[in-house]
Design a protein around this ligand. Structure first.
Ligand SMILES: Cc1cc2nc3c(=O)[nH]c(=O)nc-3n(C[C@H](O)[C@H](O)[C@H](O)COP(=O)(O)OP(=O)(O)OC[C@H]3O[C@@H](n4cnc5c(N)ncnc54)[C@H](O)[C@@H]3O)c2cc1C
Length: 575
């Protein structure tokens, strides 16, 4: 395997603007891993005089942010306030969110939305021509800005245009296999060039992880197949703790069969949830907020209806018919299209069968509100991070906001840091270890393929760490993951080639999924209470006295270790 330490043999693809790339890049000031909204926002916010590069395992606009449907929150309304937004976010997250970070996000949100608009995002409008806002679950005010039901698409494409305009280098289709951390300082990454094949060490004064979520650790999920928690695993292996990994959000409405997301915007526009008796059953669970209660409440209610035999073929029904053809076509065109193509029904005429599905990781790489992790020179933002604005349950529309606010903050802070770093010669050991790992994967011949373990892991997680958890179910999951990790050591990669070896990538992703799965289960088993997305039938009550604290999971040579950290409380005492 040919390796060129610290150099890229061919110019990286700046989406066909090769002229702007230096032939041999020895060291970037800032290297951003991930070209979703958090990554691209960081790149655009970083100081323009620094050498900034973005690396992504897929083309930037294929990042999962493109699939975001319902919208992004900001207190723009005349009678709304950032304090009200902060309160809803804190309360919705069952007081586990860090209130300093929540305040920063909600206070900065309106300016960020206006900035997005200036950068070219075409938001839907109300009758007066202002940015339209729809109600979302757990929010006391309609504060979700949207572009029909394709909000992520609109924002991601506008951000990508900014990347092109600024001629920011993009390593398209490069897969990061490890962080280079020396003496507690992050100095770059080891990455596999998917298109040409080959492993490279790429230096950077600062590295920002913006690698998105890990939904694919579950068998069915609303997440793209690329959401394998790589960034969380990279940081975890490098010694940075992951926080609150037990809090995995199940979205109440995913399409029967495929698990494709049906946006909360559908209920925001006035859609009803019905059981087999035709009742709006939410009146029994949240009589005031009804379908717009927080996601954990609605998901548990749907689960209960199905469990007690009032479901419809393992689902409940989402009824949009009363909204009328015009409104559905205007506000929810993608939802209609998805229902027609993937469930064979038109929501203008027929209710949509839906059920809860794995959707979002509230936990992630622990950071402070300036996105700094436990490792100097390493930053994290977006879904892979846990700055802890979502606490135990994220409000819809707050995740896109998190990517924008904290992506921007990461770009700024990493820029400040990079200016203070004097480049040093890097050692070779981390690169050599990665090279040996990849060589071993390509060389070994076993009977088990990566996808087989991946599927079994997904089944284990979906079965034992779904909406309702118990000591027994989680203990079973730990044993299963230990066995799967053991088997994964001898998987076989059948494609022995270098060029576009997706089999190899699957094998590398599998390692991330196993690490993330383990961190979820170990953290969840230890937390003996129910809070937000973590519901235990053996500990059904929220217990602030013992558990109003963050779980931090560490990877040590002896195995996993858990520590705890207090929650930052500023203006909203837990109620
Ligand atoms: C279907 C769906 C709908 C949603 N709708 C909404 C919504 O309406 N409102 C809302 O607020 N939130 C929504 N969310 C959540 C929100 O979209 C995500 O949390 C957010 O977009 C994540 O952005 P990100 O930038 O952190 O990561 P992503 O957009 O997932 O990007 C991750 C990037 O990291 C790169 N990457 C990952 N691993 C590696 C590696 N090893 N090497 C190199 N590159 C790597 C990927 O290539 C990609 O570019 C939705 C989520 C889903 C799944």
């Amino acid at each position: 395997m040919q390796a060129i330490q610290g150099e890229i043999p061919t110019p990286c693809r700046l989406t066909e603007r090769k002229d702007s790339i230096r032939q041999t890049v020895k060291l970037h000031d800032i290297l951003i891993i991930g070209a979703g909204l958090a990554g691209m926002r960081a790149a655009v916010a970083a100081p323009p005089d620094l050498d900034v590069a973005v690396m992504s395992k897929v083309h930037p606009v294929r990042s999962h942010s493109v699939a975001a449907q319902g919208g992004i929150n900001a207190a723009l309304g005349e009678n709304d306030s950032w304090e009200a937004h902060a309160f809803d976010t804190t309360k919705g997250g069952l007081y586990l969110g860090d209130q300093d970070a929540i305040e920063a996000m909600c206070r900065e949100a309106p300016d960020d939305i206006l900035e997005l608009e200036r950068l070219g995002v075409i938001f839907s409008r109300d009758e007066q021509g202002h940015i339209a806002q729809r109600p979302f679950g757990g929010a006391g005010f309609p504060r979700t800005c949207y572009a029909a039901d394709r909000t992520g698409h609109a924002i991601l494409h506008a951000m990508y245009e900014q990347l092109l305009k600024r001629r920011i280098a993009v390593y398209e289709e490069w897969y990061v296999t490890a962080l280079i951390v020396e003496d507690g300082v992050c100095r770059g990454v080891v990455a596999w060039d998917l298109i040409h094949g080959g492993l490279h060490a790429i230096g950077a004064k600062a590295v920002i992880l913006a690698t998105g979520g890990s939904g694919r650790v579950f068998l069915t999920s609303t997440n793209a197949v690329i959401n394998t928690g790589d960034g969380m695993a990279l940081a975890y292996r490098a010694g940075a703790p992951l926080a609150d990994m037990e809090f995995v959000q199940f979205h109440p409405t995913t399409l029967k069969g495929t698990g494709i997301l049906i946006t909360e915007g559908a209920r925001g526009e006035g859609g009803y949830l019905l059981n087999t008796l035709g009742e709006r059953f939410m009146k029994a669970y949240a009589p005031q907020q009804m379908e717009l209660a927080t996601r954990s409440t609605v998901s548990l209610a749907i689960g209960q209806e199905i469990l007690e035999g009032r479901g419809v073929d393992g689902c409940v029904l989402l009824d949009l018919r009363h909204l009328g053809r015009q409104r559905i076509l205007e506000r929810l065109p993608q939802i209609r299209q998805l229902a027609i193509e993937f469930a064979g029904l038109d929501p203008i005429e027929t209710p949509i069968p839906v059920r809860p599905g794995a959707h979002y990781q509230m936990g992630g790489v622990r950071t402070n509100q300036w996105t700094e992790t436990g490792i100097a020179g390493l930053y994290a933002a977006g879904e892979c991070a846990c700055v802890s604005v979502h606490g135990a349950n994220r409000l819809g529309g707050n995740s896109l906001l998190e990517t924008i606010v904290f992506g921007r903050r990461a770009g700024i802070r990493a820029g400040e840091y990079a200016r203070t770093v004097t480049p040093q010669a890097r050692r070779n050991d981390q690169f050599t270890a990665e090279q040996a790992r990849v060589q071993r994967l390509l060389a070994q011949d076993g009977s088990v393929r990566p996808w087989q373990i991946r599927e079994e892991l997904g089944q284990t997680m979906s079965l034992n760490l779904g909406l309702v958890r118990t000591h027994e179910s989680m203990s079973a999951a730990i044993s299963a993951i230990t066995a799967l990790t053991h088997r994964a050591a001898s998987i076989t990669v059948q494609d022995k080639g270098r060029v576009f070896n997706t089999d190899l990538v699957q094998a590398l992703e599998l390692q991330s999924l196993l690490d993330v799965g383990e961190s979820i289960v170990v953290s969840a088993l230890a937390r003996q209470e129910s809070r937000g997305a973590h519901y235990r039938s053996d500990f059904p009550v929220r217990d602030d006295q013992h558990w109003l604290r963050h779980s931090l999971i560490h990877r040590t040579p002896e195995g996993t270790a858990l520590t705890y950290e207090p929650v930052t409380i500023t203006r909203f005492p837990p109620a």
